[in-house]
Design a protein around this ligand. Structure first.
Ligand code: ASP
Ligand code: MG
Length: 437
């Protein structure tokens, strides 16, 4: 069995939904995982923001315009009166549910329930559409098997047992359809896998059923060897290892959610990135195969802040780093990059919400310097220590760009440089010229 995930733009209009239905039509058994139609989750988030602010008129306005958009798509999607009526009834019931929160109390529980509506609607519409076309399919409610534990980590055992049960209950079908993103938490309440989490759902489902392949369908032809927004003539990568893909996904390749590589990697299930606009193109195959002695790609992560702590007390001392890290931990702020010397340590963060408090606390241990508007540029490839000369090639490429931090050796697949945001485009192009052209 294969798992096929389609993102928000792939099911963004009635037209696109029809294309997806065509695309999945073959004789192989599959689970189709869908996101909400593009823009829906953003609108649902806005609705919940209004409701937290007790602005019921504001919420109602967004609800009404979102509902109108769905009414239009339903009319375009279905051709028979029977299915048009079913579609409209479906939309009506979901929006009545969303509206019910404008008169009731509003807490995080209701928020999660509202956020789940997008995927519930897209999958139900898709299911109806296949039925109308005379194609057989079954819905597997993600809320019946997808679950996270008390630490918000997926509960693999629960997912596996209950997904199997759901499939058995539905009997044999060519196509099963389920929702991405949504799940239940340790208390059985409706929850989600965080924004963009449908890729994660697909990977978890693939791992749970031991799928032959997990396909992530988007509107780009796979992962590229550099960022096409800043560099001309980037190329789509035909193959990547799980480790390389994880680094790239984290460092800005928007095509794949970073968390989604791990379940597939652990279960050793290949992930294929494919393009709905060009279904015949090969895309990118992510697997355990590591290309030797190859620089695969360059990526950049924006919005980075660097913090340097200098202290005489670090010299020959132990426990200094722990104290520094504890400060970041106490503000739940993850550290991305780190470099050390005997008299100081530099770290980077991409979440500035507690920057002032963090800096204040760090001052207990030394002098603190902060640099804003930094970018991590990372080169991903076979960078194992045995390979000679790669660092030299990389540094030669960027020899005219000031470098604030260097990180190498953290994994075998990544060399990262911290530079000013102003130099980002230049660095990406220089690296592309040197490494790929
Ligand atoms: N619909 C959710 C979002 O927009 C999940 C996803 O699309 O992956 O974040
Ligand atoms: Mg998405």
């Amino acid at each position: 069995m294969r798992v096929l995930k389609f993102g928000g733009t792939s099911v963004g209009t009635a037209e696109r939904i029809k294309e997806v239905a065509n695309l999945i039509h073959d004789n192989q058994q599959k689970i189709v995982v869908l996101s909400a139609m593009a823009g829906t989750t953003n609108s649902l988030v806005e609705i919940t923001t209004q409701l937290y602010e007790k602005n019921h008129d504001g919420a109602n306005e967004i609800i009404t315009s979102l509902e109108a958009k769905y009414e239009k798509e339903v009319d375009e999607l279905f051709s028979s009166e029977d299915y048009k009526t079913r579609g409209h009834e479906l939309i009506k019931s979901h929006f009545e549910f969303i509206r019910s929160f404008t008169i009731d109390m509003f807490t995080v529980f209701e928020e999660k329930a509202i956020l789940a509506q997008g995927e519930l609607i897209s999958t139900a519409l898709f299911h109806f559409y296949l039925q109308e076309q005379g194609k057989q399919s079954a819905l597997l409610p993600a809320l019946d098997f997808m679950r996270i534990d008390k630490n918000n980590e997926p509960d693999s055992e629960h997912i596996q047992t209950h997904l199997k049960r759901c499939i058995e209950e539905q009997g044999d079908h060519a196509t099963y359809i389920t929702q991405g993103y949504i799940c239940r938490n340790a208390f059985g309440e409706i929850d989600n896998l965080q924004r963009g989490g449908s890729d994660y759902s697909a990977s978890l489902i693939g791992a749970a059923i031991g799928a032959d392949e997990i396909q992530i369908w988007t509107d780009i032809d796979g992962m590229h060897n550099n960022d096409p927004r800043y560099v001309e003539n980037t190329q789509s990568l035909s193959e990547l290892s799980f480790d390389e893909a994880a680094e790239l996904a984290y460092f800005g390749a928007k095509i794949l959610h970073p968390t989604s590589v791990l379940p597939a990697k652990l279960a050793n299930i290949p992930v294929r990135l494919l393009n709905t606009m060009e279904p015949k193109a090969a895309g990118t195959l992510i697997s355990s195969k590591q290309h030797k002695e190859r620089m695969a790609a360059v990526a950049a992560k924006d919005g980075i802040t660097a913090i340097k702590i200098k202290s005489g007390r670090m010299l020959l001392a132990y426990g200094f780093l722990r104290k520094v890290f504890e400060i970041f931990e106490s503000y739940k702020t993850p550290i991305d990059m780190i470099t050390t010397s005997e008299v100081g340590v530099s770290v980077t963060i991409d979440d500035n919400s507690h920057l002032d408090e963090i800096v204040n606390d760090l001052k207990k241990y030394g002098t603190v310097e902060v640099d804003h508007d930094q970018v991590i540029v990372c080169v991903v490839g076979d960078l194992v220590a045995d390979n000679k000369g790669y660092a030299n090639t990389i540094f030669d490429a960027v020899k005219d760009i000031p470098i604030r931090m260097i990180s190498y050796g953290g994994s075998n697949y990544n060399l990262s440089l911290l530079i000013s945001a102003n130099d980002k485009k230049k660095a990406l192009n220089l690296l592309s010229d040197k490494l790929f052209n």
